[in-house]
Design a protein around this ligand. Structure first.
Ligand code: TYD
Ligand code: MG
Length: 460
């Protein structure tokens, strides 16, 4: 009998931190780079072919000789998504769509197929759902385009060959955490798999000029696939955000090689899928209580679009030694700073008061232009005096209690005017650049004290 000896090639393994990607030759309990415990996992390293740096030529070109080829785009049929992408989907680009599980990523991507399918072939690859499940969802969303091909597969090689067979213009891969390359021994969803799959998809996208949407679930720490290993590899990163129990969803670009990253798209999840919201301010202000202390309207810029939002504050005497400060939708450090300003510059005694601040509608405010509105809602709740409902406040607040000028005031005032506000309290520094117009009364203030006095002027 002949015995067959199979010679195994020596496989080199490395220990890779699943949090930050740190690599080590031996196992360690604590990652020296990020300090996390038990995050090092053994992974097979592919042998790197030795190459000589000599004889490899590259040829730099003069800036003036470079011919500009404008990127080719096609519309997704959804205005909000097109705007976030900077004017449509770019052929040959890889877009990562991140978000919490269940937020609506698969729904959004399936929904855009109907309109894209009019002129393009689409391959929808799902590693999470069977073809039947996708069909059921498609029926619910009234998707019936004949140009949509479905594939339920998790092996990257099989997906790759299907892409080459079908020759689609758009590929949707849902989700990166379920797809694996068989040559890696680590489990699907581990850093090495996710990284490898993304790099290869990027190659497929560029080589064949196919646009690829790649879904990535966000871990409970709020990052994509553990560390942010994917973000630098892809062309665009979109995050789909929102409270699961509220129906509004915000699509935000955090990276875009082909456009601005400030744009947001607003959607509402209904029983027949996601519906675009044309005027987010109207939605965010609907149901606002009038003449109630502690409520104030602010205006923030989301990219090129001004959005009005309601900030609510509840200030109540504390029953414990240390007062609580809780905030949703706004940085709690900013709240503490604004409360300190109220304490020192306006003389409100807030040390023995709990304060709860909430931005209504699940949106996040991180623009200092909202400071004046936030500080007014806190003062309004503390003094139990309501702000007249047709009043809106804009301005950044400094540590000496001064109100500082903000950008895009004209746009913000226009938006407020459109939504029926009649009194706008703005920084004095902005007054020289703004014209009083029609029924909108614009009042310039230079300090928080002055703003609070003006704000409650007409109220009882
Ligand atoms: P889904 O797109 O599956 O989320 P993700 O892919 O981000 O994990 O969205 C699932 C949620 O959306 C689910 O909780 C049900 C809800 N939904 C609707 O409210 N209406 C609909 O028409 C659809 C298809 C889903
Ligand atoms: Mg999904």
């Amino acid at each position: 009998m002949k015995t067959v000896v199979i010679k195994m090639a020596k496989v080199k393994t490395l220990f890779v931190c699943q949090e930050c990607g740190y690599e080590s030759q031996k196992w360690l309990g604590k990652c020296p780079a990020c300090g996390e415990w038990n995050t090092l996992v053994e992974e097979v390293q592919e042998p790197v072919k030795k190459r000589s740096v000599f004889g490899v030529k590259a040829s730099p070109v003069h800036l003036n000789e470079v011919e500009i080829t404008k990127e080719e785009r096609f519309s997704s049929g959804t205005k909000e998504l097109d705007r976030v992408l900077g004017g449509g989907i770019v052929r040959g680009s890889l877009v990562l769509v991140g978000g919490d599980p269940g937020i609506g990523k698969s729904t959004l991507l399936l929904q855009i197929c109907e309109s894209i399918g009019i002129n393009n072939r689409i391959l929808y690859v799902s590693g999470e759902e069977s073809v039947n499940q996708i069909k059921l969802r498609a029926d619910r969303l009234c998707i019936s385009t004949p140009n949509l091909m479905l594939l339920s597969e998790t092996n990257f090689e099989a997906i790759h060959s299907s892409i080459l067979d079908v020759k689609p213009q758009l590929v949707i891969v849902d989700s990166v955490q379920t797809i694996f390359k068989p040559e890696l021994t680590s489990a699907p969803g581990s850093i090495s798999q996710v990284r490898e799959v993304t790099v290869n998809l990027m190659k497929v996208a560029k080589e064949n000029n196919i646009a690829v949407f790649l879904v990535g679930h966000v871990t409970k720490e709020g990052t994509l696939a553990g560390p942010r290993v994917l973000e630098h590899m892809v062309d665009c990163v979109l995050y789909f955000e929102g409270e699961r129990h509220q129906s509004y969803r915000i699509l935000r670009a955090v990276k875009n090689r082909f456009g601005s990253t400030n744009e947001i798209g607003v959607f509402e999840m209904q029983d027949r899928g996601l519906v675009e919201v044309d005027n987010p301010s109207l939605v965010l202000l609907s149901g606002r209580p009038k003449n109630v202390p502690g409520s104030c309207v602010v205006c923030i810029m989301e990219g090129t679009r001004p959005v009005l939002a309601e900030v609510q504050a509840l200030v109540t005497p504390t029953s414990f030694g240390i007062p609580r400060r809780m905030s949703t939708g706004i940085d709690s450090n900013r709240i503490m700073m604004l409360m300190a300003v109220l304490e020192k510059r306006v003389g409100l005694h807030l040390q023995n008061q709990d304060a709860y601040i909430n931005v209504v509608g699940g949106i996040r405010i991180d623009e200092p232009a909202a400071d004046l509105g936030v500080i007014t809602s806190i003062a309004s709740s503390f003094r139990n005096i309501s702000i007249p409902p047709q009043t809106i406040l804009m301005g950044e607040v400094g540590l000496t209690g001064e109100v500082r000028a903000i950008s895009h005031l004209g746009k913000r005032v226009n938006e407020a005017n459109k939504l029926g506000f009649s009194r706008c309290i703005v920084p004095m520094g902005n007054m020289k650049n703004i014209k009083q117009s029609g029924d909108m009364k614009i009042i310039g203030v230079s300090s928080v004290q002055e703003a609070l006095d003006v704000a409650v002027e007409n109220s009882d």
